[in-house]
Design a protein around this ligand. Structure first.
Ligand code: HEC
Ligand code: HEC
Ligand code: HEC
Ligand code: HEC
Ligand code: HEC
Length: 162
């Protein structure tokens, strides 16, 4: 019988989330980790609520309680990219499938972390010389176009904070 644990979680969860409405962004790192990576994204260091709904009891209708589609959020500030284009000229910036993690849509955050990163330009993945990708971000998604060896396993999706 699986129904008992489900009901238990709903009741316990409701008690928890009904109190879980936070005023200020600084409140978030009481429960979520601090951003530890050396390269931090300005808006994520300043707060979290530009992009996320702070109230955990609200369903925004999007994953991760996002207030908008990722690309819309990004282009609100990076409006130069909306007008003049992105540095990887002509490359698609959105699509139905992220080739590395196909259950996600393809968007700005397929290549960049919205929070922080180990590398410049806030890249999401480590594709440095000591990885199979040998310094090429392009090889992450276009391995077969660039190599005739079997595709190595995808690098881990770098989650929030790390
Ligand atoms: C009282 C502790 C607490 C505080 C404060 C808090 N959170 Fe959370 N948050 C949680 C828990 C617990 C989860 C659920 C983890 C899970 O189920 O993946 C969660 C989930 C999330 C998720 C979804 C993660 C996922 O993988 O689905 C986001 C995004 C998030 N919180 C953002 C925020 C933001 C932004 C703030 C500040 C405005 C904040 N949280 C404040 C405890 C907290
Ligand atoms: C609230 C405004 C704001 C939003 C929203 C925003 N950014 Fe930024 N972003 C900045 C600022 C300011 C900088 C430059 C300074 C910094 O990183 O602190 C920056 C820097 C960057 C950089 C690094 C540039 C470099 O030269 O290293 C990347 C990449 C980036 N943002 C991608 C994104 C992506 C992807 C999103 C959407 C998930 C996004 N940004 C959303 C304000 C924003
Ligand atoms: C510029 C927009 C932006 C800001 C600011 C921002 N986030 Fe996010 N966050 C996103 C996007 C887009 C995703 C979904 C894609 C992903 O997982 O990286 C996300 C995902 C998450 C997740 C899900 C875990 C994961 O990485 O898959 C958590 C938890 C989270 N954010 C917490 C926070 C907290 C806490 C802050 C403030 C310190 C914050 N975010 C600031 C855009 C943002
Ligand atoms: C296919 C991967 C990919 C996608 C998708 C992508 N970027 Fe980038 N982005 C890059 C690369 C690679 C660079 C670094 C170019 C360089 O410096 O050589 C970059 C650079 C940047 C920079 C730094 C600009 C500068 O002047 O140095 C910003 C800001 C940025 N991207 C934002 C975005 C936003 C916003 C989106 C979504 C609308 C996006 N990126 C989608 C790969 C990507
Ligand atoms: C995170 C995954 C990802 C990365 C990294 C990436 N691409 Fe792409 N690329 C895509 C997707 C998705 C498409 C669109 C669907 C397709 O054609 O496969 C695409 C399409 C293309 C196309 C075909 C363009 C078109 O309009 O049909 C070229 C050429 C290309 N990418 C080159 C590059 C180069 C060069 C780099 C490195 C700077 C790069 N890509 C990095 C995901 C990525």
């Amino acid at each position: 019988m699986k129904i008992f644990p489900v009901i238990f979680c709903l009741i316990a969860g409701f008690g928890f989330w009904s109190q879980a409405s936070y005023g200020s962004a600084e409140d978030c790192t009481k429960c979520h980790e601090q951003l530890e990576n050396p390269f931090k994204h300005g808006p994520a260091s300043d707060g979290c609520t530009f992009c996320h709904n702070p109230d955990h009891s609200v369903n925004t209708g999007r994953p991760m309680r996002l207030l908008e589609e990722p690309n819309k959020l990004c282009l609100m500030c990076h409006d130069g990219i909306a007008q003049e284009g992105h540095p990887v000229q002509g490359h698609p910036l959105s699509g139905p499938k992220d080739p590395v993690y196909p259950r996600r849509k393809f968007s700005c955050v397929s290549c960049h972390s919205p929070h922080s990163s180990q590398s410049r330009k806030l890249f999401r993945y480590d594709f440095s010389m000591n990885t199979p990708y040998k310094g090429s971000i392009c090889a992450l998604c276009h391995w077969k176009m660039l190599n005739n060896t079997p595709k190595p396993p995808p690098p881990p999706w770098s989650d929030y904070g790390r």
